[in-house]
Design a protein around this ligand. Structure first.
Ligand code: ZN
Length: 428
């Protein structure tokens, strides 16, 4: 650990908490700084009505494929500090000067975190759900750089995880990390380069960021059964990604969409059709929109529709919001507008409690593998506590159901609460 002497800022707790909203991944507050792609699982036979097996061939000759999707996985900062190889804890945030401060905040809120934690600790009950459901692909938005770089960018918040802690990602057998987000370049080009090489070395596929625009635009290719899942990762300035993070021919960066225009859709269509084969499924993972609120901007909805109508995208995997947003089934295809946060060090940070950012969802998306049509969506509700994902309590699952029902109304969908607290999407 570098700078072990660094201590947290000892301002009075209340004052710190009052100011801590700025410590969240506040996309829109980000300020542009100076800045100069294993498990080839095969489909498994399942009996009729069985929904639990890893990518399943149905009894009626239909091939089903289950994807696990979630929102932001932020294993940097406080989380990094409780893992076996904490990186330099120094922060450059206005009110917090050490990542250890976030460990303290979480412990003050929910009790001691057993340090160091095992690499699987942070996933907690999510591992049980993954084991039970055996999704064919596990896709996350990795909301942190993975680096020791000290090239801090001028932003309100900069996330990094020590590359030696990468087993905390592989512990959940994640297949693919979407990287086109507002934190992957928090530690400059050197940080991005180390992030890419570290993930690759760990056998993780990535999309959305690269050493040049060609790499940044390349989808992650996940062979599954007789087909493949292609994951494209896009970012939008609306999530707070600085415009100068846009990758160019000779400049590292992210696959940043400059707008949601038909021209942009056409350009994505060209990229999809150049690689998509008949049995492939396409996930369009997109970091867009602000952190709080349920309103889906018309531009986002229209763009999601066009991705499905014109660009060959089968699932729109949206994220950036710190809480789950509404979902839409459009022409049989799934649009997740905002998956919400999934795993982070935000415990004890006050300010938007009404949104219940501590509650997170695991999305198990069952698709007809030949058409990409949504067959079913089950969600397992989790709550982040002591830097660990725990099954959400019954009252909290009910709260999520009511929230998703409310937000689903405008899209003609609702959620059924099962006896095991599983939330199942229903649509008209
Ligand atoms: Zn973000």
């Amino acid at each position: 650990m570098e700078n072990p002497e660094e201590t947290i800022n000892h301002k009075p707790l209340l004052k710190r908490r009052k100011l801590l909203l700025s410590a969240l991944s506040t996309g829109l507050t980000a300020v542009a700084g100076p800045l100069h792609s294993q498990l080839a699982q095969t489909d498994a036979k399942v009996t009729k009505n069985s929904v639990q097996n890893r990518s399943d061939v149905g009894a009626q000759n239909s091939t089903l494929l289950t994807l696990f999707l979630c929102g932001d996985v932020m294993t940097g900062r406080g989380i990094d500090q409780v893992l076996s190889h904490p990186g330099n804890p120094v922060l450059y945030e206005e009110y917090m000067k050490s990542a250890l401060g976030y460990v303290q905040l979480a412990e003050e809120a929910n009790g001691l975190v057993p340090k160091p934690v095992s690499y699987s600790y942070i996933w907690g009950d999510a591992l049980t759900e993954l084991e039970r459901r055996q999704p064919a692909c596990r896709i996350i938005n990795l909301e942190t750089a993975v680096t020791r770089s000290e090239d801090v960018q001028e932003k309100a918040v900069n996330y990094r995880m020590n590359p030696e802690n990468i087993p905390c990602i592989t512990a959940a057998r994640i297949d693919c990390c979407a990287l086109a987000n507002n934190h992957v370049l928090d530690w400059g080009y050197s940080g991005l380069a180390e992030t890419l090489s570290s993930l690759k070395q760990a056998g993780l596929k990535t999309a959305g960021a690269g050493r040049n625009i060609r790499e940044a635009q390349e989808p992650a290719v996940l062979p599954r059964g007789r087909g493949r899942v292609l994951v494209f990762s896009f970012g939008s300035e609306t999530s707070g990604i600085p415009f100068n993070w846009l990758a160019r021919e000779n400049r590292p960066g992210v696959d940043l969409l400059t707008d949601f225009s038909p021209e942009t859709v056409l350009e994505i269509r060209k990229r999809v059709t150049s690689i998509k084969r008949p049995r492939d499924l396409v996930v369009g993972s997109i970091h867009w929109g602000g952190n709080w609120g349920y309103q889906i901007p018309y531009a986002q909805q229209a763009f999601a529709h066009q991705l499905i109508d014109d660009a060959g995208v089968d699932v729109v995997h949206g994220h950036s919001s710190h809480h789950p947003q509404g979902m839409e089934i459009y022409k049989g295809k799934l649009i997740l507008y905002g998956c919400g946060d999934f795993l982070n060090d935000y415990e004890g940070i006050l300010g938007h409690e009404a949104y219940r950012g501590d509650l997170t969802l695991m999305y198990f998306v069952r698709l007809d593998a030949s058409t990409g049509t949504l067959v079913g969506l089950e969600m397992a509700a989790m709550q982040m506590k002591r830097f660990r994902l725990n099954h959400a309590l019954a009252d909290d699952v009910l709260w999520l159901k009511e929230t998703l029902d409310r937000e689903g109304k405008k899209f003609g969908n609702w959620v059924e609460l099962g006896a095991d607290n599983t939330l199942t999407l229903r649509w008209a």
